[in-house]
Design a protein around this ligand. Structure first.
Ligand code: NOJ
Ligand code: NOJ
Length: 689
């Protein structure tokens, strides 16, 4: 297995555990939460019996599909009571209503809330080369208007609830009314779910210990729920603590990080700096529009080019077109060709693709527009002969082992009209060319196509599964070789590919993307050579822990904090391409800064923080590089939670960045502060006039 930090070669299969397979009937109706199970599977808000033992029992089905990772719905112990005892069952079968992050939910494991079923499932997954991603919802506990009223436990010991919270574990603010207000998003209540206060030292320690426990039990990654609603600065320290514990891949649900969202800039700034990648909502919308609603391919093409210019690690974006939060594509357009074309696109596009369980069986329930909960269907068939199942298998193998262009390559449009999209993925001399015609009845004559594939004749990598045939390429110049004219029939996907031989190290991935000296980091790619070479931070070489032709794990050296272009050299001294990595000053802990009576601002101006280390922006003064915008619920006082290097003395100042970018510094000497060595902290100063 490749290291868990590099997920770009993975294909992820998303499972709503309760709806997948019932592997253990003894946990169907557990005593501590009796009455939340519906054996008839007619109440869509009840538990239906799927569990971790069920996932284990279907592991060969999952492996046979070629997927190499599963993303499972939250498995922590969820609230035990019906939300309203006078109503029919309303249960947290989905997992987003935690009561105890230290234990496993009894409906998914066993009635003692033990880890046995989780451990067995993870062991089976790992034996089959499958990584396990756990959905992690640490913005909130459970419903605060009924049931257990938000109650939180630590391994069975009561900590607090909405009405009994003497230590400030929760925020107790109203529901979010303005989803474009940075303060409300992070500090108000989402969907009546009791909002955790991550800046509280006890909660900070509790949540980090809980996620570490999942790592100890073998979780390889986490899908971080609702990251736009968790204190942004705190999440940097969460990521850092996860990476310090063990290799992991993190991606978050920043709904909706598409280019039209008013907080789009905040969304990609977060992905570029925190070490947490994101689900690609922009592409989700575009793929659904194009393949289900028949929009032109220009929508996908434009979305990719915009996002690629904003997201530094665009190959780490996690791509999907269906999820447990939206109607399935087959509900929008009941056309299996279109579903398969969308799958083929996703599996060959840049980013790490997710397939929602049941799509490979063409399952959908169209009640109420097929929205939540009707998209969380029961997995009633496990047929390994469907075209979709075969398609996923072939393209997963292409991504995992046959051609590095899918995982690490760039993305270039080569030919486009409303119905046809031909694009190329290229990583040095590894090339994958994909042609899709989504029109169900009309074929198109393709002429004037150029490709980086070398001259020759290529057979369709899918073996004609979706109608593709051969492509012949002749010699051109500058990486633009002419393809012979050909006919792309109706509803066809063809994939042609070639693999090159590296002349120097070819670096495609680094993970994590941020960490302090002493943290282990993995670089992946090809052509590194069998013997140990060097990983260089400027002129400083890192100590290597392991070295193979495709993967090197090293320890971040003791160099000054800042952004580095890391370079790998093979044993004979041949240098590869560089890749960006941020060296932190130290392990991160959350610190909340307040500046009172800041300089006057007008609409569109914001106060930011900047200071002496990379965690504080190294005195930089732009939206992307300074720390902020700060939040002003108590205007003209501003505050912000920031993750800072523990035990380090820092200097800082507050600045105003006006709407037009003009920067105003506060006067006086720099503020000075020594970050504590653990816990959480607060700093409160006055703007210096
Ligand atoms: C987003 C999840 O995907 C959704 O299903 C859930 O209800 C909310 N976050 C709250 O946790
Ligand atoms: C430049 C700013 O003008 C000043 O106010 C600040 O103190 C320094 N950067 C940082 O040393």
């Amino acid at each position: 297995m490749t290291s868990a930090q590099d997920f770009k070669k993975q294909v992820i299969y998303q499972i709503v555990t309760d709806r997948f397979y019932n592997g253990d009937t003894s946990n169907d109706n557990p005593p501590q939460s009796a009455g939340l199970f519906d054996s008839t599977q007619t109440n869509w808000q009840a538990y239906w019996g799927g569990d971790l033992a069920g996932i284990l029992q279907k592991m060969s089905y999952i492996k046979g599909m070629g997927v190499t990772a599963i993303w499972i719905s939250p498995t922590v112990d969820n609230e035990n009571k019906n939300l309203n005892s006078t109503l029919p069952i309303s249960a947290p079968y989905h997992g987003y209503s935690a009561r105890d992050f230290m234990r496993v939910e009894e409906h998914f494991g066993d009635i003692s809330n033990s880890w046995t079923a989780f451990d067995n499932m993870v062991a089976a997954a790992h034996q089959n080369g499958i990584k396990v991603i756990v959905d992690w919802a640490n913005n909130h506990t459970n419903y605060n208007g009924g049931g257990e009223y938000g109650a939180l436990y630590n391994n069975g010991v009561f900590m607090a609830s909405d009405s009994n919270d003497p230590n400030g574990y929760f925020h107790h603010n109203p529901g979010i009314a303005d989803f474009n207000d940075r303060y409300q998003l992070q500090y108000f209540t989402l969907e009546s779910l009791e909002d955790l206060n991550q800046e509280n030292t006890t909660i900070d320690g509790y949540l980090k210990a809980a996620i570490h426990q999942f790592q100890t039990h073998g979780a390889d990654g986490f899908r971080l729920d609702a990251i736009k609603h968790v204190t942004w600065g705190w999440e940097y320290s969460l990521a850092n603590s996860v990476f310090n514990q063990a290799p992991a891949f993190l991606y978050g649900e920043w709904y909706s990080n598409d280019q039209y969202d008013p907080l789009y800039h905040d969304a990609y700034k977060f992905a570029n700096k925190s070490g947490i990648s994101e689900l690609d909502f922009g592409l989700n919308t575009a793929v659904r529009d194009v393949f289900a609603s028949n929009n032109n391919f220009s929508e996908i093409d434009g979305t990719i080019s915009t996002e690629n210019s904003n997201f530094t690690w665009n190959n780490d974006l996690v791509t999907f077109f269906d999820s447990h939060d939206e109607s399935r594509m087959l509900t929008l357009n009941n056309n299996n060709n279109r579903l398969q074309e969308a799958m083929a696109f996703l599996l060959t596009c840049r980013g790490i693709p997710v397939i929602l369980y049941g799509d490979e069986q063409y399952l959908h329930n169209d009640t109420s527009g097929g929205n939540d909960p009707y998209n969380r269907i029961w997995m009633k068939s496990f047929d390994t002969t469907t075209t979709a199942y075969q398609l996923i298998n072939k393209l997963a193998s292409l991504r995992q082992s046959a051609n590095d262009a899918l995982a690490y390559g760039g993305f270039q449009q080569r030919w486009i009209n409303g119905d046809v999209y031909i694009y190329e993925r290229k990583f040095f001399n590894d090339v994958v060319l994909v042609a899709i015609n989504k029109n169900d009845t009309t074929g198109y004559a393709i002429s004037g196509l150029f490709t980086a594939l070398p001259s020759g004749t290529y057979s369709d990598y899918l073996g004609g599964l979706l109608g593709g045939s051969n492509l012949t390429v002749t010699t051109g110049s500058g990486g633009n070789n002419p393809a012979n004219n050909f006919m792309l029939p109706a509803h066809t996907v063809a994939v042609w590919q070639a693999v090159g031989t590296p002349a120097a190290p070819e670096v495609g991935s680094i993970g994590p993307t941020v960490g302090q000296p002493g943290m282990n980091v993995t670089i992946a790619g090809k052509g590194f050579g069998a013997s140990i070479g060097q990983v260089l931070f400027g002129t400083t070489a890192a100590a290597t822990q392991s070295w193979s032709d495709t993967s090197v794990t090293f320890t971040v050296p003791k160099v000054g904090n800042g952004i580095y272009q890391v370079q790998l050299k093979n044993t004979t001294g041949t240098a590869g391409n560089t890749i960006q990595f941020t060296v932190l000053t130290g392990q991160l802990i959350p610190v909340t800064f307040t500046v009172n009576n800041a300089t006057p601002t007008t609409l569109g101006d914001y106060i930011f923080l900047t200071g002496s280390t990379i965690e504080l922006g190294n005195w930089s003064t732009t939206f992307d590089t300074a720390i902020g915008p700060m939040l002003d619920p108590n205007y003209p006082n501003w505050f912000l939670n920031v993750s800072l290097p523990a035990g380090t003395q820092v200097q800082f100042k507050f600045i105003k960045i006006a709407a037009n970018g003009t920067v105003t510094w506060e006067n006086g000497a720099n503020h000075q502060y020594t970050v504590p060595s653990s816990g959480t902290a607060y700093v409160n100063v006055n703007w210096q006039y």
